[in-house]
Design a binder for this molecule. Structure first.
Ligand code: ADP
Ligand code: ZN
Ligand code: ZN
Length: 756
């Protein structure tokens, strides 16, 4: 028997080994093994079992043997192995790195599976029936001679379930010898059971959530749930995009579908963006899932799990004991058995893309995994990504809509405030418009709550005129130009076009054209000036560094101990506070002018999501959006959360410029200590690609990255646009292999990047 093994930790290659007799029974595809590589033992995953697909490049007689099997069961299912291979090709990422991403460290380390011993009393009837037929003497009654043994036996006989040995020893104060005596006499049996260490989210926002009675679905929800249920039951692969306005109760639809999938014996993956940031959502989900699938059937997968907890959660899923996993991006690799449904909540979130190798997109991998498993995939959002929506239009995905908020609550009204007017009125920098100040004062008097958002996406290096709202764009790429301090230029970091930075606004002549984003602190100070009595709290990545602070602030806010919450958009996700009736967005422009062709999409998403935080209780909500460019399309469409209108206009632009979703985009990043050399290699490489692949691939750049220098390393980038990414990527990889790179240049490909 010969196996092909993918060694981990820097070996992107399949190596062949013999399998010694003692391991043959348990060694299956996907098993985690230790194999000799260059005189050291290395961890690897069995990727192929004899006969080898390609003959080993080694004389068979000289093959070494697999040294050890880490667990007697596979660490990767055949589907996950296939998924890993697909990802490796699609994302141009080494297979070993992908496999390492798929299998938690604890499992790779072969962490000990923690077991405990349970004791069970054997009743008289059982003993009799188990006696061999030749033996004539019936078993004795409960032991009389040894009083301690008798006490233990009687205790155990009274219990409905087997009891942990540790507990029995402690409670009854007996020595292990007493139990050994009972076992020897056949009166008590020892059984081993795996211990579940995972916290099951006990620490998640405890107290914030009561396992509420599930609401009765409204008509729209019921129709959507039934449609998804039907698809799942079909047992075929498919994708449904669920577009539901904020507060339309998408979660209840997912839960209904999950319930059905579980009841018919299937497994479920539920992905949420950045779990750590949305404890409220996760806790609510857990409470409901616990009701649907009691007895620890649900595993929560997040970054704060200990190794032991992670191992146990993983084992629980791999063994089929647990059948649902809730988690961020990497939960898409959880060893869920009989996968029937994958839900990707907030599918538009860029957080699903991993920004280090392997640079995969959790949503796209989810779709492919569903495809391999013959499962159904539900992508849900109030602001679907244009990628997913284009797939609906192309007839690839089914489309469901929830147009109403639950209980017919109205979507909040969005009031767009023109900051140019405010600046003129106050003759200087204005943080809070009069409109927003009045609304805040009004809420404060009524004891209702306010959330103010600051837009932190993007670079402070974009330029905007504070008098007329003008932003310099690249004429070729229609994205904002980036200001480069070093040589006072404006550059397009997509195509590399450059010109010297103007001192005055090219449109109105105003000198006020540098844009600096506001910090939460300055906004907090401004609020304090107009509402001196209010209790104000800030929430951003700086102030939330402390563990648990995030949760504490949310709890205080929920309890009504905070009047105004000021935060970056990280708090926009999934918050559901019934007493919030006013939401303000301080600076809508920043995301509108990020140098990215997705700037409009991001702005629309931000505005709609932010607005969705208002008026979720019985009180109507109001949203104030401050902007220097009130006429901008995403701002206008967001006023009525008009996704159809926005996507139609935006997709047209994307089509005209042949931007995603009409073509794929690949980013090639170059890094090195020497700027001239870096530029030289990037340009040589670009020429090479142009001459080899120029017919199928459009190149833009190379050009310096928007942040040109990080930790003494210079950065350049090059872009490829292609219609056929699965053809272009392998071609690029093949060219990369033979190109004479300088040793101090690091270069990576990023396929389908979510930001420029
Ligand atoms: P979305 O994710 O679409 O913004 P949620 O799923 O968070 O909306 O639901 C918003 C709120 O409405 C939640 O508090 C939820 O418990 C509640 N809800 C959902 N469905 C119903 C229903 N059919 N009847 C009453 N309340 C509901
Ligand atoms: Zn101007
Ligand atoms: Zn350009």
């Amino acid at each position: 028997m010969i196996v092909g093994v993918h060694p981990l930790a820097g070996f992107d290659k399949l190596l062949h080994y013999r399998v010694p007799e003692r391991l043959r029974g348990d060694l299956r595809l996907g098993a985690l093994v230790r194999v000799p590589v260059l005189r050291a033992l290395r961890l690897g995953v069995v990727g192929e079992i004899s006969p080898p697909a390609a003959p080993p490049d080694f004389p068979l007689a000289k093959l070494k043997s697999v040294a050890e099997l880490v667990y007697p069961f596979p660490a990767l299912s055949p589907d996950l192995l296939r998924l890993a291979r697909w990802m490796s090709r699609y994302y141009a990422a080494p297979l070993d790195g992908i496999i390492e991403t798929m299998i938690p460290v604890a499992v790779r380390n072969g962490a000990a599976i923690k077991e405990e011993v349970l004791l069970r009393a054997i009743s008289e009837e059982e003993r009799v029936s188990e006696l061999p037929p030749t033996s004539g003497t019936p078993a004795k009654k409960a032991p009389r001679a040894a009083p301690k043994q008798a006490a233990v036996y009687e205790f155990l006989a009274r219990q409905p379930h087997p009891q942990p040995k540790r507990l029995v020893l402690e409670r009854l104060g007996v020595t292990p010898a007493v139990i050994a005596g009972l076992v020897k006499r056949g009166l008590v049996r020892e059984e081993r059971r795996r211990v579940q260490r995972h916290a099951y989210a006990d620490d998640w926002a405890s107290g914030e959530v009561a396992a509420a009675q599930p609401p009765v679905l409204n008509t729209e929800q019921a129709a959507a749930a039934a449609a998804i249920e039907e698809k799942c039951a079909g047992g075929d692969f498919g994708v449904t995009l669920l577009h539901g306005v904020t507060g339309s109760g998408k979660t209840e639809v997912y839960l209904h579908a999950i319930d059905r999938a579980l009841k018919t014996g299937g497994g479920v993956i539920f992905l949420v963006p950045e779990v750590a940031l949305t404890p409220q959502t996760v806790a609510r989900l857990r409470a409901r899932l616990e009701a649907i699938a009691p007895g620890h059937a649900c595993v929560v997968w997040h970054s704060r799990l200990s190794e032991g907890e992670r191992l146990d959660g993983w084992l629980a899923l791999a063994s089929g004991e647990a059948r649902v996993v809730v988690g961020a991006r990497s939960a898409v690799f959880a060893p869920v058995q009989d996968l029937r449904l994958i839900v990707v909540d907030e599918e538009h979130e860029p957080a699903y893309k991993q920004d280090e190798s392997p640079r995969y997109h959790g949503r796209d991998v989810a779709v492919y995994r569903a495809h391999l498993a013959g499962a159904h995939c539900v992508l849900g959002s109030a602001t679907p990504s244009l990628e997913s929506y284009a797939n609906v239009q192309a007839g690839k995905y089914a489309f469901l809509e929830l147009k109403q908020r639950v209980d017919d609550r109205r979507l909040p009204f969005i009031d767009v405030v023109d900051m140019r007017v405010e600046v003129m009125r106050s003759r200087g920098l204005t943080i809070l418009s009069q409109r927003l100040v009045r609304a805040m004062q009004d809420r404060f008097e009524k004891r209702e709550q306010v959330i103010l958002f600051i837009n932190r996406r993007g670079y402070s290096s974009s330029m905007i005129c504070q008098d007329c709202g003008h932003v310099e764009e690249c004429e070729h790429c229609s994205i904002a130009m980036t200001y480069h301090r070093t040589d006072e230029t404006l550059r397009c970091h997509l195509c590399g076009a450059q010109r010297s930075a103007p001192a005055r606004c090219p449109k109105c002549g105003s000198p006020k054209i540098r844009w600096r984003g506001l910090g939460t602190q300055r906004v907090e100070e401004a609020v304090r000036r107009v509402l001196p009595q209010a209790r104000i709290e800030r929430m951003d990545t700086d102030t939330m560094g402390k563990k648990n602070r995030f949760r504490e602030v949310l709890a205080e806010f929920r309890a009504g101990q905070i009047d105004v919450l000021v935060g970056t958009q990280m708090i926009a996700k999934g918050l559901d506070f019934p007493n919030v009736t006013l939401v303000g967005l301080i600076d809508a422009d920043i995301s509108l002018h990020i140098p990215d062709f997705r700037a409009s999409e991001r702005t629309f998403q931000l505005l709609v999501q932010v607005a969705g935080r208002a008026g979720r209780g019985d009180l109507a909500g109001e949203v104030v959006v401050q902007t220097f460019t009130p006429q901008a399309e995403p701002i206008q469409f967001s006023r009525h959360a008009d996704f159809a209108g926005f996507s139609e206009a935006e997709l047209k632009l994307r089509r005209d410029f042949k931007y995603p979703p009409y073509r794929h985009l690949i980013k090639h990043l170059f890094r090195g200590p020497n700027p001239e050399k870096l530029q030289f290699y990037a340009e040589q490489w670009a020429k090479r690609v142009e001459s080899e692949l120029g017919a199928a691939v459009e190149l833009r750049g190379p050009s310096p990255s928007p942040i040109e220098k990080v930790k003494d390393h210079y950065r350049w980038q090059l872009w490829y646009f292609t219609e056929n990414v699965s053809k272009t990527v392998p071609q690029l990889v093949a060219l990369q292999r033979e190109f004479p790179w300088a040793e101090d240049i690091i270069q990576v490909l990023d396929v389908d990047p979510v930001s420029l």
